[in-house]
Every structure is written in C-alpha cells, then in structure tokens.
Design a protein around this ligand. Structure first.
Ligand code: IMP
Length: 425
C-alpha cells in the first residue's frame, strides 16, 4: 500500500473515521497527526458503534500500530478513558504509541477555552470547548507541557508549578475566576500520567520506518481543510493544520514519503460553530439532511449546520491538499429529495467566481451559483456498485467528480464498513 493521507475536504465531520477504518486493513500503521479531542471519529462495525476522540481509528484492526504523533494535542484524561473503554470491549490497545513531543491539554486549557469564548460573546468562534486552542497557544508561546514531561514526575512538578502560577494570574486578573489548586491539578495529572505512560515514546523514527516499508502508513487527518489555521476560513478555524501538509509537520516524515492524498467529503456540506457557510440551508432541506444524516456533533452533541455540496470548496481543497482522489460519503442521506443542488461558483458583489476568495470571512454576501439535478427516492444502503445506484444518484456522483475535478475513490451509502463502494483501493 502507498503511504496515504486521509484528509477532510470540508469543515470537518466528513466521516473520515469510516474511510480510515476501511483502509487500515491494508496498512501497518495509522497515525493521527494533528488536533485533539475536538475531533470525534465514529466507526460502525456491524451494530457496534465506536467513537474515537484521540485514538486513531485504525485501533480496531489487530495488526495495526496506532500513533498519536507530535502535532496532536493530548488530553490525557480523555485518552485514558478511551483506552479503558476499548479494553472493556475486548480491543487490544497495546499497539498504541503516543509521541513524547505531543503537547498536553491541561485542565486550565479547557477552562480558558470556555472563559475566552464567553468573553467574546456574540463574536465567539463556537469552539468545542476542549481546550485545544489554548493548548496550541502555549505550544506556540513555548510554555506548553509535553507528554514526555507529563510522565516524568520530577520535571512535571516543576513545570506545572510554574504554569499554575502563571494561569492563576490570568484567571483572576483577566476573568475574575477562582484560582486552580496546584495540589489538585498535580494529583489529577499524576493519575492520568500513570494511565498513558506505557504508550509514550519518540514516534517519528517509528513512523519513518513504517513509511519506508510495506504495507505502509495511513495518516489520519482530523477536522477539515476549511478549519486549517492557515488555509481555512480564519478566524473561524481550529488551531492546527488539518490539511495534508500537516501530516508531514505533525509526524516528522518528509513530503516525499507521501504517495497519495484522499480527500473526504460528504455528498452535502455541514459546519459546526460560527463562520461563513455559503450553501447553508436554514430550511426544510437543512432539516432533511440533519435528521437523515444524524448531523449532531460527536464531541459536543451540537446540531450541525447543513447545506448543499459546494464544489468551489472541493476544488480549493484539491489544490491545497494536492488531492489524488475523493471519498464521497453519506450519499444515502440525500435520498428522498425532489431535486439536489451543487454549488458550482459564487456571486460576490455581482461578479461570478469559481475560485474560493482569499479571505472568505470578509465576504458577507456570497450567493452560491447552483446547478440543479433531479433527486431520487430510493434507499441506496444495499447498493454494492455504482451501476446499482438509482440513475439520478449515479448522475449526481458523476457530476460531482466532474465539477470537483477529482477522481472518485469511494462512495459511501450507509454507516457500516460494507456500505462502501470502492472505485479505487
Ligand atoms: P476548536 O478546535 O475546539 O478550537 O474549535 C474551533 C472551530 O473548529 C469551531 O468552529 C469548531 O466547531 C470547529 N471544530 C473543531 N473540531 C472540529 C471537528 O472535529 N469537526 C467539526 N468542527 C470542528
């Protein structure tokens, strides 16, 4: 298998977990390269549902080594709970490796995430409240605590004492909030450190070695391209690099080690949190998608904003990620609509463009230009090939491929592994 990146081509929640789970079968290693427990990857195995926040979705395959790499931010409490849950369900987690260089989400990061959001009021970003932004702030400020320090009691005691003093000043002076108790935080973190210590190591050499061997590495993106801190709809983005290039930054492998980039998109678009969303449908179409697609956040339970597929975004995504192909998920959700629309361009201040403007957040009046196709009524969950899809569903897939300009890798017609039509593998 080539070394592949699976990357979200939209605003996250594209059901990347399902694709990673399917492809992990033919990989030696699955590596999460960015983000934290803001992600929620759901994998269905038959009737059984697994929700992963930090654990790479490859863990369900007994031959796969799973790595949480340097670019991720780790909430040790969340990860410890995931490890316990998987063990209870009979899954072997001894194949997990956590980078000593990954930064730790501390209790004060979660607290600051919430306080900052409420201070912003109407201008809030709608973060997941998991402390991800503040953890990356400390990383960039070079005051963060890394996993290697968390598990080294003596070093940790020094670092946490300094950090709590610092954060308590911010909590009291900026937010008028009660201070954190050093001993309590220390005790909590020491407990969590015990749970994750056996898995911690320097992961870059492991990833490099697996990437240089057969059957290769699958790099698991979290969030989506439009949430990238540099290439997304800033400031309504996350604080990391979900784009395919993040796989290099976040793991320590060079770009020449990556052979294929698979973009994952839904057959429509969703977004959670604030920010521009040109094809959003605040009407019965949006409701249809939300209810049929169970479009509620895995991490926060928030109802997702829903709308038509936007190929302006997919073409942009193809460009910034260098997409080799496109996995089109949730096609079954569109069954039952008289007609289906695809945005092919935007009209901004009277001018039509088929490219994403450089600063989307600065364009308030974006009117999508749609192409309308006939819908289909049939349920498609049992379809095993493109040929067996209803004619209009097949036409829709073909048109998406043409408009996005990316070959289709797979089409998903339901939540479980078998409900995936692979055109390439
Ligand atoms: P944060 O990553 O929690 O700081 O949130 C920043 C923005 O990214 C918010 O709009 C979140 O809703 C969004 N976001 C973060 N993680 C995900 C995800 O996994 N799926 C979808 N949106 C996300």
């Amino acid at each position: 298998m080539p070394n592949r990146v699976v990357v979200g081509a939209q605003w996250g929640d594209e059901a990347k977990g399902k694709i990673v789970d399917c492809l992990a079968e033919s990989a030696a290693m699955v590596v999460r390269y960015s983000g934290g427990s803001n992600a929620g990857h759901t994998v269905m195995v038959g009737e059984e549902k697994f929700k992963f926040f930090l654990m790479p979705a490859g863990i369900l395959h007994p031959h796969v080594t799973c790595v949480l790499a340097d670019g991720a931010v780790v909430d040790p409490g969340v990860l410890a709970e995931e490890i316990r849950d998987l063990k209870r369900r009979g899954i072997d987690v001894s194949r997990l490796r956590i980078s000593a260089n990954a930064h730790v989400i501390m209790p004060y990061h979660r607290l600051l995430d919430e306080l900052e959001e409420s201070r912003k009021g109407e201008g809030r970003l709608g973060t997941t409240g998991r402390g991800v932004g503040p953890a990356y702030v400390d990383k960039a400020a070079r005051t963060g605590i890394r996993v290697g320090e968390l598990i080294d009691s003596n070093r940790f005691r020094v670092r946490i004492t300094h950090a709590i003093n610092e954060k308590n000043r911010i909590l009291s002076r900026l937010y008028d909030a009660p201070p954190l108790n050093l001993d309590e935080v220390l005790a909590e973190c020491e407990e969590q450190a015990k749970d994750i210590r056996p898995f911690v190591t320097h992961t870059a050499p492991l990833v490099a070695e697996a990437a240089a061997s057969e059957p290769g590495v699958l790099f698991e993106g979290a969030q989506g391209t439009l949430l990238d801190i540099d290439h997304g709809t800033y400031p309504f983005v996350t604080s990391s690099h979900p784009v395919a290039g993040g796989a290099c930054i976040g793991t320590g492998v060079g770009p020449t080690a990556i052979h294929q980039v698979i973009g994952v998109s839904k057959a429509y678009t969703t977004r959670v949190g604030a920010g521009v969303f040109p094809t959003e449908q605040c009407n019965e179409i949006g409701d249809h998608i939300r209810e049929r697609g169970a479009e509620y956040g895995t991490t926060t339970g928030r109802p997702r904003r829903c709308g038509w597929l936007d190929t302006v975004i997919l073409r942009y995504s193809a460009m910034v990620n260098g997409l080799s192909s496109l996995a089109l998920n949730h096609l079954d959700v569109l069954s039952g609509l008289d007609e289906v629309k695809i945005a092919v361009a935007y009209r901004i201040d009277g001018a039509e463009t088929s490219f994403l403007p450089g600063d989307l957040s600065n364009c308030n009046e974006i009117e999508p230009v749609y192409e309308t196709l006939p819908g289909w009524d049939e349920e498609i969950g049992q379809c095993e090939s493109l040929a067996s899809l209803p004619r209009n569903a097949r036409r829709y897939v073909e048109r998406v491929e043409q408009l996005a300009g990316i070959p289709i890798f797979s089409v998903s017609v339901g939540p479980v592994r078998d409900q995936t039509i692979f055109l390439q593998k």
